[in-house]
Design a protein around this ligand. Structure first.
Ligand SMILES: [Zn+2]
Length: 82
């Protein structure tokens, strides 16, 4: 589900953008929280980086699922087990 917040922020001369405080609070973004950046057509998507896979500890291709980090290969294994 995509929700527009109606908020707009300018990109500064170094390419930085301020994420509004309300959004930072609701996503639990603190100083140093890493965001994974991906692109979908004309959208720039920011996802809270999970850091490491909760199952195998991998740091590549980690996605957040219900607040837990899971890597692509563990997600595949889980899918196959159903
Ligand atoms: Zn894993």
């Amino acid at each position: 589900m995509m929700l527009s917040t109606g908020m707009e922020r300018p990109v500064d001369e170094l390419g930085r953008i301020v994420i509004p405080k309300e959004i930072r609070r609701s996503f639990g973004l603190e100083t140093g929280t890493r965001l994974a950046i991906s692109v979908d057509g004309n959208r720039i998507i920011l996802e809270k980086s999970a850091g490491t896979c909760a199952i195998c500890g991998a740091t590549e291709d980690v996605k957040v699922v219900d607040g837990k980090g899971l890597c692509a290969s563990c997600i595949e294994k889980i899918k196959k087990s159903f």
